[in-house]
Design a protein around this ligand. Structure first.
Ligand code: ADP
Length: 290
């Protein structure tokens, strides 16, 4: 299965152009849509989920015209929005049962089986009788995935799902996404580079409504080998330094300031070569945008 996005554009009534001629091809597996806040990720996710209209462009899921055949898409779509409204007093098991009814699973025995299967899959079976309002952030997100999986979706959209999760919950959520992402299309929008480097086989970087890069994380990193250099710049005048070097990131470690720069060859001057990581690709791409 392939999701093909052709020349999608959207300008809100306040004049903000959230999508600017976006084209992407997304195959089965986990696809990471990476970009800073305000880049246009949610607008793109909501448009694909048929929750809002684009001004121009087309989206195809194989031969389904997504923006026109909304009913067909809703049958095979699982969506976890950025803000998922729960009824805090509902218990996990009864809320998932209600949601499965809304999804069209009419038979009570079928529903019971599906709800049990999904709560076990997202590791919430033991908490099934707990009220959702008492769940941690990670438990809420896992519940969100359970509801997104109702009805065996072929296309799953998760919008900024790991924001606010602690490292343990994030890892657990990553494992869950990796498991479900094998046979269907999962689009994960995030501003967290680690979400993409740990999980995704394909990715794109978006900023100001424009796709800056579509690539495979493993392949693009190879192109940065021997081009990323690090140096301790504690006490150095950064303004002068930045005029001389293409600085892509700065980090503090043990009270010292380290910079990573992009340079095709060894800059000398005490720089040491470091292994590139996806974050280098991300910051480099954002720094070279026009
Ligand atoms: P992201 O999900 O990457 O943070 P969004 O798609 O939410 O980005 O927003 C992209 C841009 O569109 C931002 O500048 C945002 O302020 C603007 N925007 C989003 N929704 C609306 C709206 N309903 N009306 C006006 N502007 C909006």
């Amino acid at each position: 299965m392939n999701l093909t996005i052709n020349n999608l554009s959207k300008t809100y009534s306040n004049g903000v152009q959230a999508l600017d001629n976006v084209s992407l091809t997304i195959p089965n597996g986990l696809f990471g849509l990476l970009g800073p806040n305000g880049a246009g990720k949610s607008t793109l996710m909501r448009t694909i989920a048929t929750l809002q209209e684009a001004d121009e462009g087309e989206v195809w899921l194989d031969n389904i015209d997504v923006l026109q055949q909304k009913h067909e898409i809703k049958q095979i779509l699982g969506y976890l929005p950025q803000e998922f409204g729960f009824y805090p007093k509902d218990r996990a098991i009864s809320l998932l049962d209600q949601l499965s009814m809304l999804k069209g699973i009419k038979n009570k025995t079928d529903r019971r089986a599906v709800v049990e299967y999904l709560l076990k899959k997202v590791n919430l079976w033991d908490a099934r009788k707990q009220r959702i309002g008492t769940f941690s952030g990670g438990m809420k997100q896992r519940f969100g995935i359970a509801q997104a999986l109702l009805g065996n979706p072929k296309l799953i959209i998760v919008d900024e799902p790991t924001a606010g999760l602690d490292p343990y919950e994030r890892r657990r959520f990553h494992n869950l996404l990796a498991e479900i992402g094998k046979d269907v299309i999962v689009i994960l929008s995030t501003h967290i580079v680690d979400d993409v480097s740990n999980l995704c086989t394909n990715m794109a970087i978006i900023d100001n409504g424009k796709i800056l890069l579509q690539t495979h994380p493993g392949e693009i990193i190879k192109e940065f080998v021997a081009k990323i250099w690090e140096k301790d710049v504690t006490g150095v005048n950064m303004e002068d330094f930045e005029k001389e070097y293409h600085v892509i990131s700065t980090r503090l470690f043990a009270g010292k300031i380290f910079v990573r720069v992009f340079n095709e060859t060894d800059p000398g001057e005490g720089f040491r070569s470091v292994e590139p990581i996806l974050e280098d690709v991300y910051f480099y791409t954002l720094s070279t945008r026009s």
